[in-house]
Design a protein around this ligand. Structure first.
Ligand code: NI
Length: 178
């Protein structure tokens, strides 16, 4: 396994709509290695999610660490060609960060509950519902597959802040939301 270089805001790959993965590619060694490397890269940089364009690969693959995972279940969620839909109109605003926009945080509105359909790393179709933090992470990562960054989703840029200042002035206040 390898830790991959993370693309940063400004790299065109982050503004490109990623290509669907052909189903017969999923089992290929190259694809499986990419997935393993994405998980290792996410862990290395303490991310809760990572999309393939963030490692310079314009393919519709994401990995994510779900809040609903138990501590024993360290295996990351892997979604290939994910499709999501909101389950209702309800939105929630909370702070997000992104490994491609280092050391910055901002408040982003997201659908509170979504349905997810995708293919897993074994090539099996999966569908499930997610809410709250898990739904937020999946929406953030699916946005990466469509060339969208969380900054594009912010309704009020005044909540943008650096990580240090977030920790100093805002973390306690917002702790309850996250
Ligand atoms: Ni991100």
């Amino acid at each position: 396994m390898a830790i991959l270089k993370v693309s940063r805001m400004g790299h065109p790959v982050l503004r490109t709509i990623a290509q669907p993965v052909p189903e017969d590619w999923i089992e290929k060694e190259e694809t499986q290695r990419l997935i393993d490397d994405m998980i290792e890269t996410m862990d290395e940089y303490h991310g809760v999610g990572l999309a393939a364009p963030q490692v310079h690969v314009s393919s519709r693959i994401l990995v994510a660490q779900m809040l609903s995972d138990t501590e024993d279940a360290i295996e990351a969620l892997v979604l290939v060609n994910p499709e999501i839909e909101p389950l209702n109109e309800e939105m929630e605003t909370a702070r997000e960060g992104c490994l491609s926009i280092p050391d910055v945080r901002g408040r982003v509105p997201r659908h509170l509950a979504i349905s997810v359909r995708a293919i897993d790393r074994n090539g099996e179709a999966v569908s499930f519902e997610a809410e709250g933090f898990d739904a937020r992470v999946i929406q953030h990562e699916v946005d990466h597959l469509d060339g969208i960054l969380y900054l594009d989703r912010m309704e009020d840029l005044s909540s943008l802040c650096f990580l240090d200042e977030y920790g100093r002035y805002w973390a306690d206040e917002e702790e309850d939301e996250e």
